[in-house]
Design a binder for this molecule. Structure first.
Ligand code: ADP
Ligand code: MG
Length: 268
């Protein structure tokens, strides 16, 4: 497999993601209850937590697939969903329109548990889709880029295969290549290996490890504790819509809260 190279920004003191007192409710269901999180550029944050604790919702808020109920999120120093405008000499916040939101979302790549590839398109065509239709790249340029990204995830020999002809692990690697083809600054992974047969988990984690080594800023929701310990700069344990515990990879071996201890006893 060729080394995956990311596009690390020159190291900066501006957080890649800064969430402040984030709240999210769906009707009367209060899912996130004041989440604070800072992710520095070039680092890997792993989010652990039981099902229903709000992990996916949190990632979807960062990527503006959901809107905040309270608090704020900055990506790359820029408030998401809003812009500052000057109204009669006063600084006001105005909500962004769809085009402006789409522009902000270009900084983020997301990989889901279910790969959601187009079944009637080849691996290559799946990866070319966004560069052609979203970034309006020429067909030949997009093709070159897609080949490059598929080679990076070790699928240079499978360009013309349809999803159905690929294993789950290979499909997920196509999904990662597809996200990378838009040159995101930050990659969000939501349980990328949870839907895979156990023997296919490793190949996907290897691609992610390689991305991390190349300096990509990553937020990863996973139950793969080994991966978390090895790759994460920061581990966050969420439960019941709050961050219960947070620290370096060592917190997995020395959890201080009973809830985190209990969670680890169940997943290990
Ligand atoms: P996790 O990813 O940690 O398993 P989620 O963020 O998916 O947790 O979900 C947290 C809670 O929010 C769950 O109770 C879930 O049913 C609820 N939820 C998530 N999305 C929606 C939605 N669009 N509408 C209503 N409830 C939702
Ligand atoms: Mg989830």
């Amino acid at each position: 497999m060729t080394q995956v190279t990311a596009n690390p920004k020159p190291s900066s003191n501006i957080p890649a993601v800064k969430a402040t007192q984030v709240h999210k409710a769906f009707g009367s269901l209060h899912v996130l209850k004041g989440v604070d999180l800072t992710v520095m550029p070039g680092t890997v944050t792993v989010i652990l937590g039981p099902s229903g604790s709000g992990k996916s919702t949190f990632l979807r808020l960062i990527n503006q697939l959901e809107t905040l109920t309270g608090g704020s999120i900055e990506v790359d120093g820029e408030l998401i969903g809003y812009k500052h405008v000057n109204v009669r000499g006063e600084d006001k916040l105005q909500t962004l329109n769809e085009r402006e939101i789409a522009k902000q979302r270009e900084k983020l790549g997301m990989v889901f548990q279910r790969f959601n590839l187009f079944p009637h398109k080849t691996a290559l065509e799946n990866v070319m889709e966004a560069p052609v239709h979203v970034a309006h790249m020429s067909h030949s340029q997009a093709r070159e880029l897609a080949v490059q990204e598929l080679e990076r995830v070790g699928l240079g020999e499978r360009l013309d295969y349809y999803p159905m002809q690929l294993s789950g692990g290979q499909q997920q690697r196509v999904a990662i290549a597809r996200a990378l083809a838009m040159r995101p600054e930050i990659m969000l992974f939501d349980e990328p290996t949870s839907a895979l047969d156990p023997e296919l988990v490793g190949e996907v984690l290897n691609v992610m490890r390689s991305l991390a080594d190349a300096g990509m800023t990553m937020i990863v929701v996973t139950h793969e504790i080994g991966f978390a310990k090895e790759v994460a700069d920061q581990i966050v344990f969420m439960d019941g819509g709050v961050v219960v515990e947070q620290g370096g990879p060592e917190i997995v071996d020395h959890p201080s809260s009973p809830r985190f201890q209990d969670f680890l006893n169940h997943v290990l």
